[in-house]
Design a protein around this ligand. Structure first.
Ligand code: PLP
Length: 394
């Protein structure tokens, strides 16, 4: 009996099956055992393939990375434990102390913090510039500049970077061009087809699409840069969890369907919102009154994605009435969920700025950003119209 009890810690053989699972299994194993020292050594030398320790790589990360590689038109990308881990891996994996980075001045908030607070502390120097104006990016380039980091679309004002001119500048100056493609997704824009050297994603958003995993992805066009990124991910511990990778892979299966539907909903909603009395302005790149409409049209080939921003008439009281009036639509600071979410930049993503700084970006108190989901458009329109009506009655 005592011996039986002890043997329970001995893992048995995996069940044999001539047939194979249809779905990718989850491999939570932290370690992989080898038959003998020769086999392990051959694996470390990369003479044979195999996993050794989960921080160094595991099958669920490989499966997910290969799917996103395929969407982005590359090979050898790395999945990371968050979008920010992917952004961080680019700097710590590819740059040296003293290198200078030029970055867009309206990046994701945490990326801005990394650039303005943490990287300078570690001996990198950084400059921010307006990516809608390639001349501003050019003016920020110095002899020690090594890298340019931009997002195609700014949050929440949905301004478009001058991607073609920035790619030309990067090429002419021998700089690595890094594109955070989270907002655009490879369905609307494939950075490697337009001169990017590296692509970053927060998989957390539209790619996984269900607000139940936090993951990132980073890939380089050149194999040696991918290898350096892999080393950074493994050394700094940016590794993702197998279960999260599995969930994201499942989400990714419907990515294109979700994108198409959400994009179509966003287009219809932008039109509808523009006709409502409580709405001061609609900010949507597919509209001709958008300041970057022509550029967006050229870059995205008609795929304006799923983000719609608008300004409510009024201030905080009207915004409160709006979010309370849309009780079925989560008021939550994220994007890319299967369902529509509402965000209020003045109290979330842009709360660190002064009211004047926000005003300069066009982010008023009444500014609302929608990440449009795949709901029935009639239902969604009805709910938002009711919420806007509620904002009018305070
Ligand atoms: C969310 C986001 C990130 C950070 O991703 P996490 O998965 O939250 O770490 C980076 N860039 C953009 C554009 C994002 O929207």
């Amino acid at each position: 009996m005592k011996d039986d009890h002890r043997s329970i810690v001995r893992r048995g053989r995996l069940p044999e099956s001539a047939s194979r699972p249809v779905v990718t299994p989850i491999w939570p194993s932290v370690v992989y055992s080898s038959r003998d020292a020769d086999e392990l050594s051959a694996q470390y030398d990369k003479r044979i393939d195999g996993y050794t320790y989960a921080r160094e790589g595991h099958p669920n990360a490989t499966v997910l990375a290969e799917k996103i590689d395929w969407l982005e038109g590359t090979q050898g990308g790395n999945v990371t434990g968050s979008g920010m881990a992917a952004v961080a891996a680019v700097f710590v994996g590819l740059l040296e102390r003293g290198d200078h980075i030029v970055a867009g001045n309206q990046l994701y908030g945490r990326s801005l913090r990394l650039l303005t607070h943490d990287l300078p502390r570690l001996g990198f120097s950084t400059s921010l510039a307006d990516p809608t104006d390639a001349a501003a990016i050019a003016a920020a380039i110095r002899p020690e500049t090594r890298m340019v980091l931009v997002e195609v679309v700014s949050n929440p004002t949905l301004r478009f970077a001058d991607m073609d001119a920035i790619a030309r500048l990067a090429r002419q100056n021998g700089l690595m061009l890094v594109v955070d493609n989270t907002f655009t997704t490879p369905r609307a824009y494939r950075p490697f087809d337009h001169g990017a050297d590296l692509v970053v994603h927060s998989i957390t958003k539209m790619l996984a699409g269900h607000s139940d995993v936090t993951l990132g992805y980073v890939a380089a066009r050149k194999a040696e840069l991918n290898a350096a990124l892999h080393e950074a991910v493994v050394t700094w511990g940016f590794t993702p969890s197998p279960f999260d990778c599995w969930l994201a892979e499942r989400g990714l299966n419907t990515f294109e369907l979700r994108f198409e539907r959400a994009q179509e909903n966003a287009r219809l909603l932008a039109e509808r919102l523009a006709s409502l009395r409580g709405v001061e302005a609609v900010i949507y790149p597919g509209r001709e009154d958008h300041p970057d409409h022509a550029r967006a049209k050229k870059l995205l080939d008609g795929n304006y994605a799923n983000m719609v921003s608008f300004r409510l008439h009024g201030g905080r009281a009207q915004v409160n009435a709006f979010t309370r009036g849309a009780a079925n639509i989560p008021f939550a600071p994220t994007l890319g969920d299967i369902g529509t979410t509402i965000s209020h930049p003045a109290t979330s993503s842009h709360r660190g700025l002064s009211a004047e700084e926000r005003a300069r970006l066009g982010i008023t108190e009444g500014f609302i950003r929608l990440s449009v989901g795949v709901e029935d458009i009639e239902l969604l329109t009805r709910e938002l119209e009711a919420a806007i009506d509620a904002s009018l009655s305070v």
